[in-house]
Design a protein around this ligand. Structure first.
Ligand code: G6P
Length: 610
C-alpha cells in the first residue's frame, strides 16, 4: 500500500524524503508527492507515476527546508492522477497531510464540510481528512488538538503525517491499522511506513501502536493516544542492514531474493533445529507451549502466497503431529463468524505482518479466546505484536512485490512447527533426525537449482507469448502448483491456474490444445504414477508439458516436452525445492514480456486495506 515519510531536523528535508520514497516505492507506485514547509509556505510537488517522475517536476526552492512529508500512492479512492496524489492540504492551504489507509466515513465527513462551505478538489478520502483537520483547526486554534479531534471521528484506517505553516516546528504522526515508525536520530526525526526509509539515518525506532500518535518537534517528541493519554513506547533497534534493501548487482529485487534463498532458508532454522538429534526449539513459542500441546485443532489463516504456504503447512502438521488443521483465507475467516474455541490454536502467516485481512482474523480469533500465533517476516509489525507468541521467518527484507524467499522461509518455519508439535506428541527420534538432516541439505540443493537457472530461462523464452498456463500437482504439490500459477499471473500478467492434477479431467482439460503449456510437478513421490497419467492425457490433446521432475528420472524425458530436474529429498520437504524453478519460470517469462518485475501493475506489497 502507500508509503509515507516525514522529516524534521537540521538537514535539508527534500533529499531525505526522496531517498525514503525510493526505498518505499515497492509499497505503492502509481503516484508520488512531496510537501516541504519553507518560509511560511507549503511547497507541494506531486504527480501520477513513479518517484523518478516526481523528481523531474520538483519545484526549485531557494530556501533551506528542514521539514517535509512525502508519499507514494497505491490508489484506493480515485484514479491515480496528479490531483489525487498526496500530499493533500486543507482548504486554506496551510496544513498538509500524507495518508495511508482508508477513511471509511469520508462521504459523511465530506457532506459536513460541504455544509460548512468547504470543497475538496480530489476524489480521495485523504483530502477529506485534510480539509476536516483544517476546519477543526480554525475552530480550536491548536493543530495537535485538531488532528486528535478529527481522528476520533474517523472510521477506518490511517497512518498519517501532518505538517503546516501554522507551526513550522511541528510534525504530527498517527496510526490506526496502517504501520508507522518513528525514527529517532540525533536532533532529527524521520517518520515512515517502513524501516527501509529510516535505516540510513538511525536504527533507533518506535513502532507506533494502534491509535497512537507522535508529536514531534526539533527539540524532542512525545507519544500519546489519539484520545490524548500519554504513552511510553519503547525504543527498539532496526535489525537489518542497509545492503539488504539494495539490489546488489541483480537486475531486479525479485531475482536477488530468489538467489538469496539458500541463506534465507538456512536462517529460518539456524539455532532452532538441532541437526544431530532433530529436536526443534522455537523460543518465541515457549510461553504458549502448554496451550499448543493441548490444542485440539489448528487453524491457519493468511492471504496470497502466505495462504499457499499455509496449505503446505496443513499437510506437514497433519502428517507429523496428527492434529487436524484447517486453512482459511483471512478475508473469509474474519467475516463468517467462525467456530473458534479456546482450545484451538490459530496461526496467522504473513510476510509483511500488516495485511489488513490477516490482522482482522488475528483479532477475531483472539476475541474468541483461541491461542493465536504469528509466523511473520517483518520484525515489529502489527501482526507480530498482536499475536500471543510467534516465530519470525528471518528472511530479511523482501522488496520484490511477488513473494519468493518469504514463501520458502514460511515453509521452513512451518516444517519446524510441525516437528515441534509432533515431538510433543511422541514423534519418533529417528524420524526427527531424518527430517532434520534432509532440511539441512536443502540450502545446498536450492543452490544447485539456482546454478541451473539458465535452463529455465530457455524454457521461459519459448512460452513467453502464451496467454494461458496450467499448473498441476498432487498432494503437497497442489499448493506449489497454486503458488507457481500465482507467481506467473502476478508478474507477467499471463492467465494461469493451479489445480490438483487429478482435477484436470473435471474441467481444465477442456482448455488444452497445442497452445496450452501445462506445468506438472512430477517428482518421484507417492503419487508419481498418477501424475504421469495426467501428463499422458495432456499429450494426447497436444498440450505442451513442462515437468518439474526428480534428478535421475529418465522416463519423464520421454513424455514431457521440457524437464527441469530438482534434487531428491523427502516428499514433505519437496515443495521447497519444487517452488524454486517455478519462481524462475515466472521471473524469466515476465522479463521476456518486458514487464516491471518488481512493481507489477495494480499490486501492492503489503495490503493494509480490506
Ligand atoms: C499481497 C502481496 C502478495 C502477498 C499477500 C499477503 O497481495 O502482493 O505477494 O502474498 O499480499 O501478504 P502477507 O504480507 O500477509 O504475506
Amino acid at each position: 500500500m502507500c508509503g509515507i515519510v516525514g522529516y524534521i531536523g537540521p538537514q535539508e528535508a527534500v533529499p531525505i524524503l526522496l531517498t525514503g520514497l525510493h526505498r518505499m516505492e515497492y509499497r505503492g507506485y502509481d503516484s508520488a508527492g512531496l510537501c516541504s514547509v519553507s518560509n511560511g509556505q507549503l511547497i507541494i510537488s506531486k504527480r501520477a507515476g513513479r518517484v523518478a517522475d516526481l523528481e523531474k517536476v520538483l519545484e526549485p526552492n531557494e530556501h533551506s527546508v528542514k521539514l517535509g512529508i512525502g508519499h507514494t500512492r497505491w490508489a484506493t479512492h480515485g484514479l491515480p492522477n496528479d490531483v489525487n496524489a498526496h500530499p493533500h492540504t486543507d482548504a486554506s492551504g496551510r496544513i498538509a497531510l500524507v495518508h495511508n489507509g482508508i477513511i471509511e466515513n469520508y462521504l459523511a465527513i465530506r457532506k459536513q464540510l460541504e455544509n460548512a462551505g468547504l470543497q475538496c478538489k480530489s476524489d480521495t478520502d485523504s483530502e477529506v481528512l485534510a480539509v476536516f483537520i483544517g476546519m477543526l483547526y480554525d475552530k480550536l486554534g491548536d493543530l495537535e488538538l485538531a488532528v486528535q479531534t478529527a481522528l476520533q471521528e474517523v472510521d477506518g484506517t490511517f497512518g498519517l503525517v501532518v505538517v503546516s505553516t501554522v507551526d513550522p516546528d511541528l510534525l504530527i504522526a498517527a496510526r490506526r491499522g496502517s504501520p508507522l515508525i518513528l525514527g529517532i536520530g540525533k536532533d532529527e526525526y524521520i517518520v515512515a511506513s517502513d524501516a527501509s526509509a529510516i535505516i540510513s539515518h538511525t536504527r533507533q525506532v518506535i513502532y507506533l501502536a494502534e491509535n497512537e500518535m507522535a508529536v514531534v518537534r526539533r527539540s524532542g517528541y512525545t507519544t500519546k493516544t489519539i484520545a490524548n493519554v500519554a504513552t511510553h513506547s519503547e525504543i527498539e533497534e532496526i535489525a537489518f542492514e542497509l545492503s539488504q534493501i539494495e539490489r546488489g548487482g541483480f537486475a531486479h529485487f525479485m531475482l536477488k531474493e530468489i538467489h538469496e534463498q539458500p541463506s534465507t532458508f538456512h536462517d529460518g532454522y539456524r539455532g532452532r533445529l538441532n541437526i544431530e538429534d532433530g529436536k526443534v526449539r522455537l523460543g518465541g513459542l515457549s510461553k504458549m507451549q502448554d496451550r499448543i500441546r493441548e490444542a485440539k485443532r489448528i487453524i491457519i489463516t493468511a492471504c496470497g502466497t502466505s495462504w499457499h504456504a499455509a496449505l503446505v503447512g496443513e499437510y506437514l502438521i497433519e502428517q507429523l503431529a496428527r492434529i487436524p488443521v484447517e486453512v482459511e483465507y483471512a478475508s473469509e475467516f474474519r467475516y463468517r463468524d467462525p467456530i473458534v474455541n479456546p482450545d484451538d490454536v490459530v496461526i496467522a502467516i504473513s510476510q509483511s505482518g500488516e495485511t489488513a485481512d490477516t490482522l482482522a482474523a488475528v483479532r477475531e480469533a483472539r476475541r474468541k479466546g483461541a491461542t493465536v500465533l504469528g509466523m511473520v517476516n517483518v520484525v515489529g509489525s502489527t501482526i507480530a505484536r498482536e499475536t500471543d507468541a510467534g516465530v519470525y521467518l528471518h528472511a530479511g527484507p523482501e522488496i520484490g512485490v511477488a513473494s519468493t524467499k518469504a514463501f520458502t522461509s514460511q515453509l521452513c518455519v512451518l516444517t519446524q512447527f510441525a516437528m515441534y508439535v509432533g515431538q510433543m506428541h511422541g514423534m519418533s527420534p529417528e524420524l526427527s533426525r531424518t527430517i532434520a538432516q534432509h532440511i539441512d541439505a536443502l540450502p545446498g540443493q536450492i543452490q544447485e537449482i539456482l546454478d541451473r537457472a539458465d535452463e529455465m530461462r530457455t524454457i521461459a523464452k519459448q512460452y513467453a507469448r502464451s496467454t494461458n498456463a496450467l499448473y498441476l500437482g498432487r498432494g503437497v504439490h497442489f499448493p506449489v502448483a497454486l503458488e507457481g500459477a500465482l507467481k506467473l499471473k502476478e508478474i507477467s500478467y499471463v492467465h494461469a491456474e493451479g489445480y490438483p492434477a487429478a482435477e484436470m479431467k473435471h474441467g481444465p482439460i477442456a482448455l488444452i490444445d497445442e497452445n496450452m503449456p501445462v506445468v506438472f510437478i512430477a517428482t518421484k513421490e507417492e503419487l508419481y504414477d498418477k501424475v504421469l497419467s495426467g501428463i499422458e492425457e495432456v499429450r494426447a490433446r497436444r498440450g505442451k508439458v513442462i515437468a518439474i521432475a526428480t534428478e535421475g528420472d529418465e522416463h519423464i524425458k520421454t513424455v514431457a516436452d521440457h524437464v527441469f530436474t530438482i534434487p531428491s529429498t523427502l516428499s514433505i520437504l519437496s515443495p521447497v525445492l519444487a517452488s524454486i524453478p517455478l519462481q524462475l519460470l515466472a521471473y524469466y517469462v515476465a522479463v521476456e514480456r518486458g514487464c516491471n518485475v518488481d512493481m507489477p501493475r495494480n499490486l501492492a506489497k503489503s495490503v493494509t486495506v480490506e
